[in-house]
Design a protein around this ligand. Structure first.
Ligand code: NAD
Length: 274
């Protein structure tokens, strides 16, 4: 009989919507333990028991403001983009793998991730849902089959607190569409069709529109429009626990990987989504 080792996990962004969901999932799991709960300096929740913060019972782990990961643990970061560089460096110093869910990363942070991945294993994903990972793969397959003659447009909806737009997931799906048809997303993406930007749609464009409001956890609809027909591929998230479960699946997976920069597609065995 093989016994899987318990994976100790540090959560960064512990007081946030995702942080609390991650803590709940870890406390309720029998394959992981919460090693640390970290959030930014100051603020009401520091020093509070992480289990209670997450709406459960006391677990003896208090929320702290410094990330100090121990060997053989994994860091899961769902905080804010401006905090990410310091967290990546801490993981490299400590030699521990990182699961990074924070979105809206600067280009310099993405470069730092690539450099860091020579020394530690990192899973970075704008969306840890298995359904969205599959949608991204399907988007590329469909776009490659239909070609540029079908107009590709993407609509994403998120809650009113979301800071970045379009969502990281929308960009990833649009990139898969662009790549499958030999286009460079930066050159063909349209995010604003109003006011001075108004003009008829050009062939080959990929429109990406963002709607913000209410408590929507995340919806992405990729449309392929042609004369007389329209194909729509939609994913709707109803519970943020799906991202937490995906990220923790990634944490268990990455715990024993060689250094490298991995995606959720690697975690679920789909390989590179491009
Ligand atoms: P949130 O605003 O509720 O929580 C962010 C938390 O990070 C807050 O508690 C904040 O105090 C903390 N924080 C800020 N600076 C910090 C620092 N320097 N060190 C440690 N903690 C710090 O946001 P959220 O809804 O929980 O989302 C967090 C991030 O995760 C966002 O970037 C969001 O877009 C992303 N997200 C990713 C996925 C995915 O699947 N990849 C899913 C949902 C959300």
């Amino acid at each position: 009989m093989t016994t899987e080792r318990l994976v100790p996990i540090s959560i960064v962004g512990a007081r946030g919507r995702m942080g609390k969901t991650l803590i709940r999932e870890i406390v309720l799991s029998d394959s992981m333990i919460l090693e640390a709960a970290v959030d930014r300096e100051g603020g009401a929740g520091l020093g509070q028991d992480a289990g209670r913060l997450a709406g459960l019972h006391d677990i003896g782990v208090t929320v702290v403001d410094e990330l100090r990961p121990r060997r053989n643990s994994v860091v899961v970061d769902f905080s804010l983009a401006h905090a990410t560089d310091a967290n990546i460096r801490r993981c490299v110093e400590a030699g521990v793998p990182l699961v990074l869910g924070t979105t809206g990363l600067q280009k310099s942070t993405r470069e730092l991730l690539r450099t860091a991945s020579r020394e530690i294993a990192i899973v970075s994903a704008a969306n840890f849902s298995v359904g969205v990972t599959l949608l991204t793969r399907i988007a590329g397959l469909v776009a490659g089959s239909l070609g540029e003659s079908w107009d590709a447009e993407l609509l994403e909806i998120h809650h009113s607190h979301k800071r970045d737009a379009p969502s990281g997931t929308a960009l990833r799906i649009a990139k898969a569409v662009a790549k499958a048809t030999g286009r460079d997303l930066e050159g063909v993406m349209r995010t604003d069709r109003a006011g001075e930007h108004a003009r008829p749609r050009e062939r080959g464009e990929i429109g990406v529109a963002a709607v913000r409001g209410g408590d929507s956890i995340g919806e992405h609809t990729l449309m392929f429009l042609a004369e007389g027909e329209r194909l729509e591929l939609t994913h709707r998230a109803f519970d943020r626990a799906i991202f937490a479960r995906g990220a923790l699946r990634a944490a268990r997976w990455v715990a024993s990987r060689a250094p490298g920069l991995y995606t959720m597609a690697d975690v679920i065995g789909l390989g590179d989504l491009g």
